[in-house]
Ligand binder design. Structure first.
Ligand SMILES: C[S@@+](CC[C@H](N)C(=O)[O-])C[C@H]1O[C@@H](n2cnc3c(N)ncnc32)[C@H](O)[C@@H]1O
Length: 500
């Protein structure tokens, strides 16, 4: 059963430093009309009332119980209006927004990743001009900005994924074009009592609605990060905080309007000014899924990590040499082919996993709804396997005459002679800095990989790196390890090429 807390995403802001920092950012004088779109138990309403008893606040809350509690809590206050409603579909609010908004200030901790069924999502997407509706916080943000009058202020606490993820491209453009951002504070989600997403950090964004597009482009805002504790929020004087001043028009110039928050300006500049990207010099594709790995995927031996659920492969039935690229499956008895799976291993992965690949089963994969026989033109080709998720640094391993699964982004250089260079690149700290600036989460999906800038190495650099990589691969094949000096030399050359 899904708990009420999960359904309503009712994680209340029980942190005094967060609440007071957010209220201070609104810079109220007591004359404002305020909107709280997901009021919970009123954590933001109380401190505002403490300062300005007569200030006008409209509070929305979907959960009936929470709403009843709010109503009785504020029953004696005429200036506080409580409405039980869904903020995202409330018709009065929608109307008010279509008329240009009326509030002077909005403050909220909206639900993140709120649970909604798919019909709901489709309706929402329509209602919000095609904005991505799976993650509802961006819809709360959009609706709340709309509800402000010209010059009205907004402060939200939300995950930081809207700054970089592809799916939030539209909301980025909307914010950059229709508001003046004041500041964005970035900090770990563990500062928020009871919540730790792991996948993302939290952010507090403060902005002002503005219809003057030209002025908005010229506006400079601050990104503040590297906090050491929650108490440091809002404390301007702390020396170790990183403060980046960024102009909105520069963010709008970035591919996908992403906010580049890397402190090293040469990394951000390199991404912004890149003439060529990985997507132009390599094909990037996600791999195969059988639809039922438990039955179709086999492991070489039970000693392999995470192999508990899988049966051992019959070694007599393996086709190791797939250079004939059997895209329609194998006719003879050797029906298992090597497959590269996720897991961060550098340079070369031993053949530990095998996929059932008889011609009958391959025709089944092609039709089955659960299976993904996708991007097959890349199967069994020479390329680089980059796991979709990297725990610490991005890694790459060579794929040759093998299948690769859907947890892998296969990278296939258009110029095959560059394959060893790219293998060094995808294991280098330089590449890691680039991808983590493009997308700070641990996700390396092909959309992000494609955006990494490509700088052509000189012939000498290419030759030295290629030789080093060939040696590394040979050493790994024989002993499972490699001489670190070879890698260090490669990394140094790549760092020189990119300037970091
Ligand atoms: C993350 S909690 C935050 C509550 C409070 N503002 C705070 O910071 O403690 C989100 C609140 O939004 C409410 N909520 C969820 N979906 C909503 C919706 N569609 N419309 C209005 N409120 C909603 C939940 O019931 C919950 O109380």
């Amino acid at each position: 059963m899904i708990s009420e807390q999960r359904i309503f995403q009712a994680y209340y802001t029980k942190s005094e430093p967060i609440v007071s920092y957010m209220v201070d950012l609104l810079d109220l004088d007591g004359t404002e009309s305020i909107f709280e779109p997901c009021a919970g138990d009123g954590v933001f309403i109380d401190p505002i009332l403490d300062k300005y008893q007569n200030i006008k606040i409209d509070a929305f809350e979907l959960n009936e119980n929470a709403c009843d509690t709010l109503k009785s809590k504020y029953q004696d206050l005429e200036n506080i209006s409580i409405k039980q409603t869904d903020t995202l579909t409330d018709l009065d609010l929608e109307f008010l927004c279509s008329m240009g908004g009326k509030y002077d200030a909005v403050i909220a901790n909206p639900p993140y990743g709120a649970w909604r069924n798919t019909i709901d999502r489709a309706t929402l997407k329509k209602r919000f001009n095609g904005f991505y509706a799976k993650e509802s916080y961006s819809l709360f943000l959009y609706r709340s900005i709309e509800s402000l009058n010209e010059g009205g202020k907004l402060v939200f606490i939300i995950p930081d994924t809207y700054l970089n993820l592809n799916m939030h491209k539209d909301i980025r453009k909307y914010i950059l074009s229709n508001t003046k951002i004041k500041e964005i504070a970035l900090f770990p989600s563990s500062y928020f009592p009871g919540v730790n997403f792991g996948y993302a950090n939290l952010s507090i964004i403060a902005l002002e609605k503005s219809s003057d597009y030209k002025l908005n482009l010229e506006n400079t805002f601050r990104i503040i990060k590297d906090y050491k504790s929650v108490e440091e929020l809002g404390n301007e004087k702390i020396k170790h905080l990183t403060k980046l001043n960024i102009q909105q028009k520069n963010v709008l110039k970035n591919d996908g309007y992403i906010f580049l928050t890397n402190t090293n300006p040469s990394v951000s500049d390199c991404i912004r000014q890149a003439k060529t990207s990985i997507g132009e010099v390599c094909d990037c594709a996600t791999g195969f899924y059988s639809g039922n790995d438990k039955d179709r995927l086999k492991v070489l031996s039970k000693e392999i990590r995470n192999s508990k659920r899988y049966d051992e492969v019959d070694k007599e039935k393996i086709t190791y040499d797939c250079s004939s690229r059997p895209l329609d499956g194998i006719e003879n008895e050797q029906i298992y082919v090597p497959i590269v799976k996720g897991g961060n291993v550098r340079y070369y992965k031993a053949d530990n996993w095998f996929m059932e690949w008889s011609s009958d089963i391959v025709s089944f994969y092609k039709k089955d709804k659960k299976a993904r026989y996708q991007n097959s033109s890349y199967y069994f080709r020479k390329g680089i396997a980059v796991p979709m998720v990297s725990s610490s640094s991005i890694t790459g391993a060579i794929i040759e005459n093998r299948l690769f699964d859907q947890s892998i982004v296969g990278i296939f250089p258009k110029k095959e002679s560059l394959i060893h260079y790219f293998l060094a690149f995808f294991n280098s700290p330089t590449c890691n800095k680039l991808i983590r600036t493009i997308n700070p989460s641990t996700n390396n999906s092909s959309n992000y990989i494609k955006r990494i800038p490509f700088i052509q190495p000189s012939i000498e650099q290419e030759d030295t790196i290629t030789e080093n990589i060939k040696q590394i691969i040979e050493q790994v094949k024989v002993s499972g390890d490699y001489e670190i000096e070879l890698e260090t030399e490669n990394n140094k050359m790549i760092a020189e090429l990119y300037g970091f």
